[in-house]
Design a protein around this ligand. Structure first.
Ligand SMILES: Nc1nc2c(c(=O)[nH]1)N[C@H]1C(S)=C(S)[C@@H](COP(=O)(O)O)O[C@H]1N2
Ligand SMILES: [Mo]
Length: 313
């Protein structure tokens, strides 16, 4: 993970610190990892070519123009690192990603606690160019690098009574400034129904634009569920739990009338304080019409057959 970040992912930090000092400090802070990188993350390091990840093109990618790296990595929502859009990139270094482990537990026959390298080792990486639409009304097209979540879930061997999957972000209030304020209930949590989680569109991402994930985008591991509002795509995951009951989710807990469990992109269900009919693609001026399921209806509409999506919003 030593060379995870390009300087370009941290423009704010390099602005406020003279570039050389900044680079020297960064190298010093990561110096201990220079040797360790190979030990900590052999899977990922082996999978590298140059500074990037080794991956093959995956299915479901859109051919729409990609949102520039600069926007993808500086216009973020990551409340653990601050509530402003530029806070996460500015505060990116406050997220400590080494060491990192992932727990898989709950209603499954094969639970485990994995060092990140072991968790990632079995998976070959694919690029999936997906739209991401935020409930706030902006959207981006992002070339993610990751693998299908269903691989992890199958390995865990869910019991017959498992119906949901719950996710949890790292809890580290000493380092994460947002977690010292009660903006949300920490740690950030999210959840999917098991069939949504098993869907081949649902991925765990470890990179974007061929590089390891910048911290502000949810390093080292985040969910991407492209037919749901961006907030379902929980960042910096430390726990994945098979559950029998619908799990609590951070945004639903904080404002249940505004953020439902399902959170499917649905232009027909307005957020109580604003419409969801249109969106602004970052980099564009004119708003475009928002598509049902964010344009992924052919793939996922079946999951909701017979459900009232105004009630289950
Ligand atoms: N842990 C955590 N995950 C999170 C958030 C957050 O505040 N904390 N914000 C969500 C929201 S609202 C959005 S729109 C997306 C943004 O992802 P991006 O910054 O990579 O574009 O992350 C989601 N995942
Ligand atoms: Mo969002």
């Amino acid at each position: 993970m030593l060379i995870r970040r390009h300087v370009r992912s941290e423009p704010r930090a390099s602005e406020i610190t003279p570039r050389e000092v900044y680079l020297a400090r960064r190298d010093f802070m990561r110096g201990g990892l220079a040797l360790g990188a190979g030990l900590l993350l052999p899977g990922l390091v082996q999978a590298r070519s140059g500074n990037g990840l080794n991956f093959s093109p995956g299915p479901f990618s859109t051919d729409e123009p990609k949102t520039p790296w600069e926007d993808v990595t500086t216009y973020n929502n990551f409340y653990e690192l601050g509530t402003g859009k530029s806070d996460p990139s500015r505060n990116a270094d406050m997220l400590r990603t080494e060491p990192w482990s992932v727990v898989v537990d709950g209603a499954c026959a094969n639970p485990g606690r994995y060092a990140l390298e072991d968790f990632l080792k079995p998976h070959s990486l694919e690029e999936r160019i997906y739209r991401l639409r935020c409930v706030e009304g902006w959207s981006m097209v992002i070339p993610w690098v990751g693998f299908e979540l269903n691989q992890v879930l199958k390995h865990a061997e869910p019991t017959g009574s498992a119906r949901y999957v719950a996710f949890e972000t790292i809890l580290d209030p000493e380092n994460l400034p947002g977690q010292r304020r009660p903006v949300l209930q920490w740690p950030y949590t999210e959840g999917l129904r098991l069939d949504e989680a098993m869907h081949p569109l649902t991925i765990l991402a470890v990179g974007l634009y061929g590089e390891e994930l910048p911290n502000q985008n949810g390093a080292p591991l985040r969910l991407v569920v492209p037919w749901k509002y961006g907030f379902k795509s929980i960042k910096s995951i430390v726990r994945i739990t098979l559950a029998e009951e619908e799990p609590p989710t951070a945004w639903n807990q904080s404002q249940p009338n505004e953020y439902g469990f399902y959170s499917n992109v649905n232009p027909d269900v307005a957020h109580p304080r604003w419409s969801q009919r249109t969106e602004r693609r970052i980099g564009e001026f004119r708003r475009r019409r928002t598509e049902m399921f964010n344009g992924y209806g052919d793939e996922v509409a079946d999951l909701y057959a017979g459900m009232d999506l105004k009630k289950h919003f």
